[in-house]
Design a protein around this ligand. Structure first.
Ligand code: C2E
Ligand code: CA
Ligand code: CA
Length: 732
């Protein structure tokens, strides 16, 4: 048994030794592991002395020493570092786990963790220290922070907010500026993309979605658009958003989209203000000329496309100047406002009322079913303008004159349409105001042409391109040359010699008639003097247009002209007045003729027989001569009716004791017939064509020498037929 106890002891001892060796082995293994992890590990006891510190810890804080066991923490760390760690150490010794970052050496950062160790009774025996070097991580973080700070400074400087959209989760992250832009406090908005969409103005949402979709599907490399976003207080701000996909998966799937927001509300407001000033009239708020021109263009395009009728109308108030003068500018302005409102009220939504300035407005009527529909609107407008308007204590009223051009009847460009309407408006004014006038494209074309021609005629006058030709009048009974009719010609630099039929009709009724008529009279008077100086005493008749004759100062000016030619006997001047002109305003004609008679000049009624003047008129008119119209004379040898008229006129003249002369005597046969009927005064190609003044004295001598008239007594046509040489004396 003794042996067995001894054996047992031996065995036990052996086992203990083995265990101890095993434990030592394990400890050294653990120790080597702990020494080789890339972290600082230590244990500090309640007296703040190291119970243990691994190699890395010891190399970090006491590189010169071998073993820190038993050494005081304050001594190993040094005063400065201990000063920082002390409160945290104390907390650990009170049983709290503690973690902190610190910079024990310049440029070296560590995260330190204290973990208290409790004994069985719950008291704190000490604490474990775990330290990790985080210098690299810190450097990266610092760099990141710096770049973030830079980015936000840039964004802030540009007053931009930015946003981040996680396309996987639809999480939407925004910057503080993004929030304040919309009136929120920083950090207040926590929204996802669906909520974000509800803040977008419904009118702008489709545009925004389209832009983003285009970008997502690769149609655009970035997206950029303007939209209105609702603010916290329910208003709207204009935002310019720019963005794009900033992150994709390795398979190319978009992961994150981000971008910026800029508040462009002010710029937008400014732009729309500018737009308003540029396109609207300040007083009435109606479209101005510029916007009108856009609208007009649009109207024409639509009219062309849909085959609609449209109208451009110019409206001008008739009495606005009086109102303005009587009541002052302010009342005038308010009156205009009232008119604008009233007119607007009778128009439809698709029509446009614009103000060109002053009291001139333009109305565009589009989509008219017919011209009549347009006319009805014009009548409604005239009606509403006539309604009195109350301004202060005044009841003011006026009327309007409207000119309208209908499209496409007047198929012109916008400017021309407007000009035509304006032209028609002037006609409405001339027609007595308070009315509308439709523009007539055909009349206008002629007016244009006429204005052009008038201008050329004026030029011709200034350049002295007119001349008078003279056609002799003779007495067939004795061969005497009793006078000459002055007939105007235009020596046109390109077209040659033009007869009055080619340019006088254009002159009719114009202001140029008087100066030209006066030129003719003056030239004729000078011609009488010239011929008189050559020993030829010859009366001249000149044609006077009705318009010229009816001017109130006709006689006075004629008297003045005669006064400048004292050598001319007034009875040597005869005025030929168209019968039709004389009967248009009989009383006035009679007065004028009587005044001129008093000056000594004589009159003949030209183209007699064409004007159907009654015998009463003929008795009243103080004319000495009736001139049988050439149309009757020309055909009287073949046309019995014309012959009767010629006969009638001759008898009439005899009854009223007037001289009678036949014009258009083309052959001596005509001359003989006339003589036989009792009319021996004649003028016509059969005697002589109109000729330049210089040729006339020569012609007179020749005429006397030839003595053709003598043969007329011997019966119609006897000798004359063998004498074709009568005509070619002139050079037409
Ligand atoms: P009118 O006063 O009846 O003048 C006569 C016209 O008949 C002239 O035409 C003359 O050349 C033409 N004539 C003369 N004999 C004959 C003839 O035997 N056969 C035919 N077929 N024609 C003949 P003209 O010179 O072309 O003048 C045309 C009209 O122009 C004149 O008709 C007159 O009304 C107007 N006129 C001419 N000169 C003046 C003028 O100085 N002032 C004004 N206001 N009118 C004028
Ligand atoms: Ca005449
Ligand atoms: Ca005539």
């Amino acid at each position: 048994a003794q042996r067995s106890i001894k054996d047992q002891n031996l065995l036990l001892e052996q086992r203990v030794t083995e265990r101890t060796a095993l434990l030592a082995d394990r400890e050294s293994h653990l120790r080597s592991v702990i020494d080789n992890v890339p972290a600082m590990i230590a244990f500090v006891d309640a007296d703040q002395r190291y119970g243990f510190a691994n190699t890395r810890y010891q190399l970090t804080f006491a590189p010169g020493d071998r073993d820190l066991t038993g050494r005081a923490v304050c001594e190993v760390l040094g005063d400065v570092r201990y000063g920082i760690a002390k409160p945290l150490i104390e907390r650990a010794l009170q049983g709290q786990s503690t973690t902190y970052d610190w910079e024990p050496f310049p440029g070296v950062w560590q995260v330190i963790q204290y973990e208290p160790k409790f004994n069985a009774a719950g008291g704190v025996e000490g604490y474990y220290v775990l330290g990790t070097d985080i210098t690299e991580r810190r450097k990266m973080e610092a760099a990141l922070r710096a770049s973030e700070a830079r980015l936000s400074r840039v964004l802030e400087g540009a007053d931009q907010g930015y946003w981040d959209w996680d396309l996987q989760t639809d999480h939407f992250q925004v910057s503080a500026r993004w929030e304040t832009m919309l009136g929120y406090n920083p950090g207040e908005m926590k929204i996802d993309v669906t909520q974000w969409a509800t803040l977008i103005h419904p009118d702008d949402l489709p545009k925004a979605m389209r832009a983003i979709e285009d970008h997502m599907t690769g149609l655009s490399s970035k997206h950029e658009f303007e939209l209105r976003v609702r603010t916290k207080d329910g208003g709207w701000r204009w935002i310019l958003t720019r963005g794009g996909i900033v992150q994709r998966s390795s398979a190319g799937v978009p992961l994150v989209m981000s971008g910026t927001h800029t508040d462009i509300t002010r710029a937008k407001a400014h732009a729309s203000e500018l737009d308003h000033v540029a396109h609207y009239d300040v007083l009435t708020g109606l479209p101005n000329r510029r916007l009108l021109s856009d609208r007009l263009q649009q109207m024409i395009l639509r009219a062309d496309r849909h085959g609609w009728q449209s109208a451009v109308c110019v409206l001008d108030l008739d009495e606005f100047k009086r109102i303005n003068d009587q009541h002052g500018r302010e009342v005038g302005d308010r009156f205009l406002l009232g008119i604008a409102e009233n007119v607007k009220a009778v128009l439809r939504g698709e029509d446009t009322l614009a103000r060109l300035g002053g009291d001139e407005f333009v109305v565009l009527l589009s989509e008219l079913g017919s011209a009549e529909a347009g006319v009805q609107v014009l009548e409604r407008i005239l009606d509403t303008v006539r309604q009195p308007i109350q301004v202060g204590e005044h009841h003011l009223s006026t009327s309007a004159s409207i000119g309208a051009s209908l499209y496409p009847a007047d198929h012109a460009d916008p400017d021309t349409l407007l000009r035509h309407a304006d032209h028609a408006m002037l006609l409405a004014k001339q027609g007595g105001k308070n009315r509308y006038q439709l523009f007539d494209p055909e009349t206008d074309r002629l007016t244009q042409l006429r204005l052009e021609q008038l201008h050329q005629l004026e030029e011709a006058m200034n350049l002295d391109e007119f001349v008078l030709f003279y056609q002799p009048k003779v007495d067939l009974s004795n061969g005497q040359v009793i006078g000459a009719e002055a007939l105007i010609r235009w020596r046109h630099p390109e077209r040659g010699l033009l007869s009055p039929g080619e340019f006088l009709p254009c002159l009719h009724g114009s202001d140029l008639e008087q100066p030209l008529g006066e030129w003719v009279i003056k030239t004729a008077l000078r011609q009488i003097e010239t011929w008189a100086a050559q020993g030829l005493d010859l009366p001249i008749s000149v044609n006077v247009s009705a318009h010229h004759l009816m001017r109130p100062d006709f006689c006075d000016r004629l008297a003045l002209t005669l006064g400048r030619h004292p050598g001319v006997r007034p009875s040597n001047l005869e005025l030929e007045v168209l019968e039709t002109a004389a009967i248009a305003d009989m009383q006035k004609a009679v007065d004028t003729l009587n005044q001129c008679l008093a000056l000594g000049v004589g009159f003949s009624l030209d183209d007699f027989g064409t004007g159907y003047s009654s015998l009463t008129y003929l008795r009243k008119l103080p004319v000495q001569t009736l001139k049988i119209d050439q149309s009757f004379v020309r055909d009287m040898l073949t046309d019995q009716d014309d012959l009767s008229i010629v006969q009638g006129v001759i008898q009439l003249a005899a009854a009223f004791r007037r001289r009678v002369i036949a014009e258009g005597v083309e052959t001596m046969e005509h001359g003989a017939a006339l003589r036989a009927m009792g009319c021996h005064l004649a003028q016509g190609y059969g005697i002589a064509r109109p000729m330049p003044a210089a040729d006339l004295p020569g012609w007179c001598r020749q005429w006397q020498r030839d003595g053709i008239w003598r043969s007329l007594c011997g019966g119609p046509g006897s000798e004359i037929d063998q004498r074709p040489s009568v005509e070619p004396l002139t050079q037409h």
